[in-house]
Design a protein around this ligand. Sequence first.
Ligand code: FES
Ligand SMILES: [Fe+2]
Length: 345
Amino acid sequence: MQTNTELLPHFWYVATPSHTLARGAMLPVTLLGQQVLLLRDKAGAVSALKDFCPHRGIPLRHGKFDGCEVECCYHGWRFDMAGTCTSIPSLLEDDTMDVRKIKTGHFPCVEQDGLIWVYPATLSEPASPPPAMPVAMPRGFTHVTSVAMPCHVDHAVIGLMDPAHGPFVHRSWWWRTAKSIHAKSKQFAPRPFGFAMVSHKPSSNSRAYKILGGDRTTEIQFQLPGLRSEHITIGNHHVLLLTALTPIDETNTVLHQFAYTSIPLVRALFPILKIFGRAFIKQDLDIVVKQQEGLRTHHAPLMLIADADTQALWYYRLKKEALAAAAEARIFENPLKERTLRWRS
Ligand code: FES
Ligand SMILES: [Fe+2]
């Protein structure tokens, strides 16, 4: 099928895990092709400036940040946390120029649940805050890993929601074996900006679930632009896994993986569980690298088959609606309906 490879700037993206930005530090990131300079001031507040000096264009990341203002490395112009110029050293004392009219610009930036979110659209403001998680997490997410994937975000998203690759890509003694493949039937329902595989008992063939014990339900959600969450309840307790895909540009994407649990024992095991999580993500990364070998020379449309690839088809429908809604300046209307999908995996 022919697909639209446009990126979606009118959404919040995970720019970086909170712990990667210390007080008084700056961190340059690229989001949807734009250079962004993340800052955290001395009081702990975060902001996201355009990483560009409006004087003569040098990226501000090459300058200095004193925990209050960034000083450009070229001529020392200074900018506050909102990107407003506060001083031009070359001006004479009696100069009447209003330096505060000079701005480098900034992006909406919010810190929430241990994540720093940025809204990279330049011509619009976000209509709502970054997505809320299904449970309150006073201590925020634990960061599992962030990996650079050398592919367009669409391929990363489709890989994330692809149910048929598990027994092949993630084959291992501790997760899936070749013999574990069987027919599945799952109920799906629309959710804000996406859909969910609705609450069910986790598959009996996944050993990691068996270890958890207790009465369990799982809901796996996908929402635009590239967020997948897996919410497991065990009695009154919660486990929440979040995968956030953030496009760097048209051909590179960062996958951020986070985990949260209210179960102290599982939290204590996080350092070990992270090793398994990273091994799992490495398998996805390796397959993406191999896929790019093929896609570099192959330009014909790819095949998406029902029902194993139906979630990928839904992603493209959601994306089409998001682009249309943004172009027509109207509210996004979820085009998906409740459905059962069946496949073997
Ligand atoms: S280029 Fe930044 S101060 Fe001149
Ligand atoms: Fe995978």
